[in-house]
Write a protein that binds this ligand. Structure first.
Ligand SMILES: O=P(O)(O)OC[C@H]1O[C@H](O[C@H]2O[C@H](CO)[C@@H](O)[C@H](O)[C@H]2O)[C@H](O)[C@@H](O)[C@@H]1O
Length: 259
């Protein structure tokens, strides 16, 4: 089996060769901003717990959300509990666990938009991780992930194992950066964006989604339905995004330079 990341065909991609940077963000316009977390707002680290959140980031996001009258959301593969732990008590709209968890700005209740993963699947993935060099196993409310950054040589075997489990239990495989996750079908980052866009204050706005990983492609597709655009973060690859920012630092500059 070959480890191909995106399930994108060249026909899906907007422009496989080069993409321009987005214009400076105008907060007075009818734009809304959706932000992926790892690889977009924070640099990728060797371990999921090893990321460093720049101290000013929570305030930058909070201020920008106010200026956009609440039309800013973080949409991540991480659980909301993790995002809360890393960002602190920010009053931002958020979706976690790849769209499985949903929380409008200022709300305290988390809405579950997915079914929990069968226990047998969690156990099987956890024991695969244990038995293959003690890979990092991450249990989330609506999915479970095995990180193979420490042992890339097991990637193919892990993907095959996860794909078989997914077939057996009718699950979705998400293959992100050095991570394979299993989740119940029905929610992804695209469905999270679509849900936000049906609600105030996002309704009627034009969404921009900034993300680095292939799991962000669902959101890049979803924003197009609302006349919005995806912004790929990182090196050029096959993507549905229409714009690109070079790296996390460029994302921070773009957010901080909003006019
Ligand atoms: O949707 P995101 O906010 O980008 O979250 C995607 C996954 O991010 C985390 O894993 C990734 O970041 C880790 C820290 O930089 C890195 O070690 C790992 O290799 C990456 O895959 C997180 O642990 C996952 O739960 C998220 O799904």
């Amino acid at each position: 089996m070959t480890i191909a990341s995106p399930t994108l065909s060249p026909a899906d991609a907007a422009n496989p060769s080069a993409l321009p940077a987005p214009s400076p963000l105008k907060t007075a316009s009818e734009l809304s901003v959706f932000l992926d977390f790892d690889g977009t707002l924070v640099e990728i680290a060797e371990h999921p717990q090893g990321i460093v959140v720049p101290p000013h980031l929570p305030q930058v996001l909070t201020d920008l959300s106010h200026r956009l009258e609440g039309r800013l959301a973080v949409v991540s593969g991480r659980s909301l509990a993790m995002l809360d732990a890393f960002l602190g008590p920010v009053p931002l709209a958020m979706a976690g666990s790849h769209g499985g968890e949903f929380r409008p700005a200022g709300a305290t209740e988390v809405e579950a938009l997915a079914e929990p993963l069968p226990e047998a699947v969690r156990t099987a993935l956890a024991s695969f991780a244990k038995g293959h060099g003690d890979l990092v196993f991450e249990a989330k409310p609506f999915s479970a992930a095995v990180h193979y950054r420490d042992r890339p040589q097991v990637a193919e075997q892990l993907l095959e194992f996860a794909t078989d489990l997914a077939t057996e239990h009718a699950l979705k495989v998400k293959h992100g950066k050095m991570v394979v996750e299993l989740a119940m079908p029905g929610s992804d980052k695209g469905s999270a964006v679509t849900r936000f866009m049906s609600m105030s204050p996002f309704k009627g706005s034009r969404p921009l989604f900034l993300g680095d990983d292939v799991t962000d492609e669902d959101a890049f597709a979803a924003v197009r339905v609302f006349d919005g655009s995806g912004v790929l973060v990182g090196p050029m690859r096959l993507t549905r995004a229409l714009y690109r920012l070079e790296d996390v630092a460029a994302v921070h500059r773009w957010l901080e330079n909003a006019v």
